[in-house]
Design a protein around this ligand. Structure first.
Ligand SMILES: Nc1ncnc2c1ncn2[C@@H]1O[C@H](COP(=O)(O)OP(=O)(O)OP(=O)(O)O)[C@@H](O)[C@H]1O
Length: 275
């Protein structure tokens, strides 16, 4: 069941309440963003529901990553609001964002590991930062659990230089999900990966939903993954969200920007060219 959230009193400190699956968790409302004279959003409206995987589509440079960055305070919009749990985070201070980032994790494109730290220390890093009261044993257990989840059990003692590119990416994912975030922002999670690692990552995104009830926003160029993962898709074009719908609705869309985007990638989606 969905429920519209109302603005909360900005004086009330941010506190995360576990949402009911399907209800509105995040709402971008009339978002405006520009870099110098270049306006990239002219009133972006988009809602994200608890427990869903929402894939954001759009051509290169339309502002897909910027949307994720605004949600965790790495960039700040020039107008409009971003309601998260009813709090307008667009107006949050850096200190308030620290609390938000305990619940919303971003998996960056090409996330770099700390080369001088072991795999275990890399994964433990956000736990030490956000959960100061966790004991050493609890951290060890959580690290082992996350490494298992990304298919890298017993790699705690290895150093990043011992790992292949795909393994490094998976350690980066284990680090991003170490805090068990309720919302995960995936920026191009499978770009440049081989098919087997792509499948592992897609399964991981799905298992975060199935096992932890996590909400995911995924920005990707990989159309096959997009259609596999999405509960809903949103298309960003011409400085706005031009359509939101299920993968099937998007596939049949008559909205010109969506049609053109999907038609241009038809071969990728259907390599044998069968109807
Ligand atoms: N910190 C910044 N300063 C100035 N311009 C920026 C900044 N971040 C992003 N931009 C610009 O905003 C636009 C949108 O960037 P964004 O990275 O969100 O695009 P995108 O849709 O994710 O593209 P891609 O698919 O190529 O990664 C781009 O034109 C980019 O150059």
């Amino acid at each position: 069941m969905r429920k519209a959230r109302h603005h909360r009193d900005p004086a009330v400190p941010f506190a995360f309440r576990k949402p009911t699956p399907g209800e509105e968790l995040i709402r971008f409302d009339g978002l405006i963003k520009q870099f110098g004279p270049k306006r990239i959003y002219d009133g972006v409206d988009l809602d994200v529901r608890a427990g869903e995987t929402l894939v954001v589509l759009g051509g290169s440079g339309v502002g897909k990553s910027v949307l994720l960055k605004c949600l965790i305070g790495l960039l700040h919009p020039d107008g409009g609001s971003i309601l998260f749990e009813g709090y307008d985070v667009a107006k949050f201070s850096e200190e308030q964002f620290l609390e938000v980032r305990k619940h919303v994790a971003m998996v960056f494109q090409g996330a770099a590991l700390f080369d001088s730290l072991s795999v275990a220390e890399n994964v433990a890093y956000p736990l030490r930062e956000h959960f100061k009261k966790m004991t050493r044993a609890e951290i060890q257990k959580r690290v082992a659990e996350k490494l298992e989840l990304v298919d890298l059990p017993n790699t705690e003692k290895l150093m990043p230089s011992d790992l292949s590119g795909g393994m490094r990416k998976r350690v980066g994912l284990a680090r991003a999900i170490a805090t068990d975030p309720e919302v995960i922002l995936w920026d191009e999670p499978t770009t440049g990966l081989d098919p087997v690692t792509t499948q592992t990552i897609n399964e991981l995104i799905d298992s975060m939903k199935q096992r932890l009830g996590a909400t995911s926003i995924v920005v990707t160029h990989d159309m096959v993954s997009a259609f596999v993962l999405a509960d809903r898709m949103a298309m960003l074009a011409n400085r706005k969200i031009v359509q939101v719908g299920t993968p099937e609705e998007m596939r049949r869309s008559q909205v010109p920007e969506v049609r053109a985007f999907i038609d241009a990638r038809r071969l990728e989606l259907n390599p044998r060219g069968t109807p």
